[in-house]
Design a protein around this ligand. Structure first.
Ligand code: IPT
Length: 966
């Protein structure tokens, strides 16, 4: 065989410098080389023609691309190709280490002068923080070398080659390389120089690297500090009065670093003519008695998996985006990040250090596509790949080792098992014994310090929590985390509260990381946000790439609002003694002194009183029952409830004083008994219509033609919902993919048969059978319409017939109203959407919205926007309105398209508001679960077809009432 071209060799690099710590804070001169680069795209990798790298090459006819950036996201009308999304599949034949001829290749050229004042003498390095998937580099016509490892930093020594003026930097990037086999993460394939390129001056004798060792001993309250450096140097930490030689150990009283209290000490290392800023956090992370501890305390990960993503620039993210992510995480009570599935932009970890987040820093490694092949040829089990694996381990650890926020090293993701992983773990432990090692993909747990799993059902987590799980003995002694759980694709995830209870119950279960932080929807000219298949890919995995807690533009989805509530570090709930609220400090470390507590007293959702609440500064883990003030007077029959809130007492770096961290509600009296209905007035039949108070029914079908003076269309029992991604489910659990099963059964095209319209003096009884075509199952429905002359009351009774093989998506009635009703006010759960197993964040109150504002803009449209526990709802607009009251409460959704239209839509712009406002008034909804990748709906949240009865009261809102909103 001929020699492999460099980009398909097994070797990870040639000519690069050994990896070292990344720092943004040194006094070395630096020249950022971002900006417009000359660019030429070729469809194939012609390794032979390297003439473009020669000095004097005329790139006049070339286009330009922005660096950092991905070329596939630049250029006009796809002239540079497009992004491609696959989850597991390699988009090229699996024949490692080879790649096909069809290998888009981007040649990049950048000319630069050294800035004035660039130091004379010394050396210089050229640093690449990220190039996908590989780069071959020339400076001024001399080849420096090449590297693979897309999300890893690489440096070349370039001192001798630099000129003052007109340096020419040439970089050839191939989309595919042998490295691509190690980078089969579930994400867009996005070639390009997508992180910074920087020229750095290095004085003569500058340090090769430095390593800050800063541990904390919680028994003595002291920290041990030693800063290793390969050249002599001094370490100064003024705040601690330290001025010691590099390499010397000192022990001093310190405050520890934690995600909750991220105490950093500013210092500096001066060595070899360089001054490097240090931000030292003292903390020790270790496994003790089967529990993962930091500074002597068990920690609980309230985490997310974070891919680097921006909807316009892909994985080229700017500093504002990094900061936005960290601030949003902190504001939503998130305390941990797994950098799935590669080291993040290096500056991200600086932010984690200073804002406080526990980080699982993951290697740039995934070989998931080999699973399709029964793991045949898996690189992590083939020693020819071991040098590349070790290179990836070293570039992870060396770059990021000085961050206190990094508490675990993760070898990579979804690589199956193999000796190469063991070699990586050994290398890492040897280099940095201070941090435990994580990897999920090998159930033997032979190479790791924590037992980690993705998407196990609740019951299995409980079993693991009790240490009753089968499997290797030593594994039962390890702490347990969920490196991925609660798949946040579309509507959901459901079941978060139930997981959190398990983490709070079992010491060994130390929390998890929701999959994932943000939807990777890319801006698309037609579809708004595009997902797999929208860019002409031959092979793709659809909208599985949109599974985040944030929408692509970083607005929080209801899933994030729910997660914030579920993981709040303070629990506020009714106390056992009447007139008290129980406050539990669920922090790992912090006491409650940073929070201010306040109460509000609501009567039917109206604020009647408010004040501050004295809550003792409980330490972590403590609970107290705090007396509430005397309850204010409320109007007769009104529902009284306390809301107690914990807010930041002072500005934090990530949110201003007053930012709400936690809340809870305490009913102040038992719910009022349902009101006694007054005497019915007899219906009046005339001209094919039957008047029942302010309602008019069709005499033949019994369906309402008018409610409260408003025309009604399309009334009927509705059991359909546009399946959510979690309803659609994952292919590997076919028996419980209810979306497809519902569709197969025909729940979206039910047929109705009116059996009777009976008019008596007491009201109108309508009997209807609702059933899907081709089946012998159905629902026998009885509607009872009555009126006292002022309002119309509807009682609904539903009896399933036959053996229903699946739960119902929803159970309620649907009606069409004029779209002029655009304003919505309700008293119930809000302000956002809620479903049976995603309801923690819904709080009882009076809420207002427009109809448009009720919609949750999932990137792939699906059932959304339900409001829970609604006591009453008012729809107004155009000087008219309708009030619906429950008995005692109901769910509602209101939208300008039908459930069937919602189901048919594939992207946001497909939904076009029509002239009808479709109102669903539901008695019950099926839960959401997490089955787009994980477990389905818990048994208690399934909506089984069963006899049910529910009721609504409709009132006309005249012009006056509609105006005042009362
Ligand atoms: C798991 C992957 O680790 C993650 O990258 C992502 O693909 C996630 O699932 C789903 O969105 S792997 C899955 C097959 C359990």
């Amino acid at each position: 065989m001929t020699d492999l071209p460099w980009y398909t060799s097994f070797a990870p690099e040639q000519g690069t410098l050994p990896p070292r710590s990344w720092t943004a804070d040194s006094d070395a001169a630096r020249l950022p080389l971002g900006g417009d680069w000359a660019f030429r795209l070729s469809p194939a990798a012609d390794a032979a023609d390297t003439s473009f790298a020669a000095p004097g090459f005329d790139a006049g006819g070339w286009r330009t691309v922005a660096v950092p950036g991905h070329w596939v996201l630049q250029g006009k009308d796809g002239e540079f190709g497009g992004p491609a999304y696959t989850n597991v599949l390699y988009p090229f034949p699996v024949d490692p280490p080879f790649v096909p001829d069809e290998n888009p290749t981007g040649d990049h050229l950048r000319r630069f002068d050294l800035p004035d004042g660039w130091p004379a003498g010394g050396g210089a390095v050229l640093r690449f923080d990220g190039v996908e998937s590989c780069a071959r580099v020339w400076l001024n016509g001399t080849e420096l070398g090449w590297f693979k490892g897309s999300r890893l930093a690489h440096e070349f020594a370039v001192g001798e080659l630099l000129r003052e003026r007109d340096n020419v930097l040439a970089v050839r990037v191939h989309q595919w390389s042998s490295g691509s086999y190690l980078e089969d993460q579930d994400q867009w394939w996005l070639p390009g120089i997508f992180r910074d390129v920087t020229l750095l001056h290095r004085p003569e004798g500058a340090p090769g690297d430095f390593f800050v060792h800063a541990s904390y001993d919680h028994r003595t309250g002291t920290g041990d500090l030693r800063v290793d450096c390969d050249v002599p140097g001094r370490v100064r930490v003024p705040e601690l009065g330290l001025d010691v030689a590099a390499g010397e150990s000192v022990t001093v009283p310190v405050e520890p670093w934690s995600a909750e209290v991220p105490r950093l000490y500013e210092g500096e290392l001066t060595a070899g003519g360089e001054r490097i800023g240090l931000r030292i956090g003292f903390r020790s992370v270790y496994v003790e008695d089967g529990v993962l501890k930091a500074n002597g305390r068990r920690i609980l990960f309230r985490g997310v998996n974070r891919h680097e993503f921006h909807p316009e620039t892909g994985r080229a993210v700017d500093l504002e985006t990094l900061r936005a992510d960290v601030e949003l995480m902190k504001r939503h009570n998130i305390n941990a990040v797994r950098t799935s599935h590669y080291p993040p932009h290096p500056a991200f970890l600086d932010l984690c250090d200073s804002y406080g987040l526990w980080v699982i820093d993951e290697g740039d490694l995934e070989t998931h596509g080999f699973e399709e092949l029964g793991w045949r040829g898996n690189p992590v089990d083939d020693e020819r790949w071991t040098p590349a694996l070790l290179d990836r381990a070293a570039r992870l650890v060396e770059r990021d080792k000085n961050h206190p926020s990094v508490v675990l090293w993760s070898l990579g993701n979804e690589c199956g098992s193999g000796a190469g992983l063991g070699a990586m773990a050994r290398w890492i432990r040897d280099r940095d014994p201070s941090r435990p090692v994580h990897y999920e993909g090998d159930r033997s747990c032979r190479d790791v310090d924590v037992y980690s799993r993705m998407y196990p059902p609740h019951a299995e987590v409980a079993e693991i929590g009790r240490r009753e799980d089968e499997g290797p003995e030593h594994r039962r002694a390890l702490p347990f985390i969920l490196c991925e759980y609660a798949h946040a694709m579309g509507n959901g995830p459901g079941g978060l509260s139930e997981y959190q209870r398990l983490f709070e119950t079992y010491e060994r279960c130390q929390g998890g990381f929701v999959w994932e932080w943000i939807d990777h929807g890319l801006v698309h000219p037609v579809h708004g946000y595009g997902y797999g298949g929208d860019f002409g890919e031959e092979l793709h995995d659809g909208n599985f790439v949109c599974d985040g807690l944030l929408f692509p533009d970083r607005t929080p989805s209801p899933g994030l609002v729910e997660y914030k509530k579920v993981i709040e570090p303070v629990r506020i709930e009714p106390g056992e003694r009447p007139g008290t609220v129980a406050v539990t400090n669920l922090h790992d470390v912090a006491d409650l002194s940073g929070l201010a507590f306040g109460w509000e007293f609501l009567a039917d959702g109206r604020l009647v009183g408010a004040g501050t609440l004295d809550v003792p500064p409980l330490s972590a883990g403590e609970r107290a029952e705090v007396p509430l003030p005397a309850a204010p007077e409320v109007p007769e029959g009104a529902e009284p409830v306390w809301t107690v809130r914990a807010v930041l007492a002072a500005d934090a770096p990530w949110a201003p004083a007053g930012h709400e961290v936690a809340w809870g509600q305490v009913p102040a009296a038992p719910a009022t008994a349902p009101s006694v209905r007054s005497v019915a007035v007899p219906p009046v039949a005339e001209g094919g219509r039957i008047a029942v108070g302010p309602a008019a029914l069709d005499a033949r079908t019994g369906a309402p033609l008018e409610l409260g003076g408003l025309p009604v269309t399309g009334f009927g029992l509705d059991v359909w919902r546009a399946p959510t991604d979690n309803d659609e489910g994952a292919p590997w659990q076919p028996d419980t993919r209810y979306g497809p099963l519902w569709r197969e059964l025909g729940l979206h095209r039910m047929r109705h048969r009116t059996d009777a319209v009976e008019v008596t003096d007491g009201g109108v009884t309508v009997r209807v059978r609702v059933a899907p075509a081709a089946r012998d199952i159905g629902l026998a429905v009885t509607y009872r319409w009555t009126s006292d002359g002022t309002v119309t009351h509807l009682g609904v009774d539903v009896r399933p017939e036959g053996a229903w093989p699946v739960p119902l998506p929803r159970l309620g009635v649907r009606l069409g109203l004029p779209a002029v009703l655009d304003r919505v006010e309700w008293y119930g759960g809000g302000p956002g959407e809620a479903y049976p197993d995603t309801r923690a964040a819904a709080r009882l109150g009076r809420w207002e919205s427009t109809v448009a504002g009720l919609q949750t803009p999932y990137v792939r449209p699906q059932e959304n926007g339900a409001r829970i526990d609604t006591r009453w709802l008012e729809l107004t607009g155009g000087g008219t309105g309708l009030r619906v009251a429950g008995d005692p409460s109901f769910w509602f959704t209101a939208r300008r398209w039908t459930g069937v239209e919602l189901d048919a839509a594939a992207h946001r712009p497909d939904l076009v508001p029509g002239d009808t406002l479709w109102l669903n008034l539901d008695h019950a909804l099926h839960g959401i679960g997490s089955q787009s990748c994980g477990p389905g709906v818990l048994p208690e949240y399934r909506l089984e077809a069963a006899p049910s009865a529910f009721a609504f009261t409709f009132t006309a809102l005249g012009a006056a009432a509609a105006e005042s909103g009362a």
